[in-house]
Design a protein. Sequence first.
Length: 486
Amino acid sequence: MVSRVIPVESFDLVVFGGTGDLARRKILPGLYRRFLAGQVPDDARIFGAARAEMDDAGFRQFVAEAIAEFGGSASRAAEDVARFLNRLHYVAIDAKGDSGWADLAKAMRPGVVRAFYFSVAPALFGDLAERLHRHGIASPESRIVVEKPFGRDLESARALNATLAEHFTEHQIYRIDHYLGKETVQNLMAVRFANILFEPLWNARHVDHVQITVAETVGVGGRGSYYDKSGAMRDMVQNHLMQLLCLIAMEPPYRFDPDAVRDEKLKVIHALEPVGPDDIVRGQYRGAGKGTRGSYCDDAENPESRTESYIALRVNIANWRWKGTPFYLRTGKKLRARASEIAIVFKEVPHSIFGDEEGWRENVLSIRLQPNEGMTLSVMIKEPGPGGMRLTEVPLDMSFAEALGEDGADIPDAYERLIMDVIRGNQTLFMRGDEVEAAWAWTDPIIAGWEARTDKPRGYDPGSSGPEDALMLLHRDGRRWREIRE
Ligand code: BG6
């Protein structure tokens, strides 16, 4: 299979926070991989912008090292890297002052796409937006890309939206949720809307429940001060898991068009019911004894922390399609495996002609986000051999890497795809302002609820599947979580 690489127009891309961690690990190596794929035109230019004094040569050296460390399977051939580095420049800039802005203004070319990636603390978004205008750098066609966290509650998200709106229109603002850039997440839409097979069954009549799991093995060490103010609900559920839920639950948009897709997702968020305390389990990883290394409180450097490193929720959607089908969400750090999966668990057949079959299992469509991206549909078949009709469950298994051959083996990183979408001006995989606000409007009362009750998270062993209580969330409904495994 030959992959189709869609050419893009020439562009000037400025990465504010160009020497930061995200730029080093994701943005710049991602751009290099797109360059190798032929999507960075010869005259495109990428500017790193940050406070540190540095020249182009210093920045190129920084990027060369980032590619060496985080380039993945991309070519390290010296001439490839050198050709890419030629497109790179650096501007020392003060986000809160005036230095550097005139240099940046001078460097911009007329008539090409201009994109500004705000890979900086959200407190600087307003300053950057304002200065881009004051210095005549932003044009009506310019785009800005903003990273999460987009606010920490409805009020702050509204304020952020309002600040950006003073300088940019909604169609110029690209709010990144990198989960939307994951290949398998987009495949969710392809599976649903490019096949006749699933859609007739995709509703409360046929789906018993849905499980969304994003399990990580890493802890919060190194970013404890951010995480401790955030917790799994703000860090993962309000954005990534919510987006996954929307893509599973939304109605078919009339077209694969940015606003058509986002309108449908927004309707899902509006239809989410409030979640009460009995439908939430929060957890915190705890090593064997207090003060033991490997405990959340040590990693977060806050011995009294009540922040959750794990959360499981039972979520109901109050609309015609989903009334009565719960969505169980869980995500956590320091769990037994890095595994993200969406499982659509179908209902039992209305009547078994085989009698009470021991081996009977429900059909499950499981979509693996990472690792080993792929899809499995479990079906019941007859166990081979004579001696009556015994049933057994077998997987119809598809690994995207195997099914797509070479193309599948090299699945682009989420950031690569999203940055190219910015250059192309395609907002489909970015969150609209009203979507982010609606997500916070649902999240805020849930958080306020446990804060008012001063609930403490339940302890769980690092390397386990999470707190015991999370099992009960499903057991009491006569269901069970799927195993977390790679
Ligand atoms: C980030 C969160 O948005 O997503 C991190 O802030 C989390 O806490 C990360 O580890 C997970 O992303 P991925 O792509 O590794 O699943």
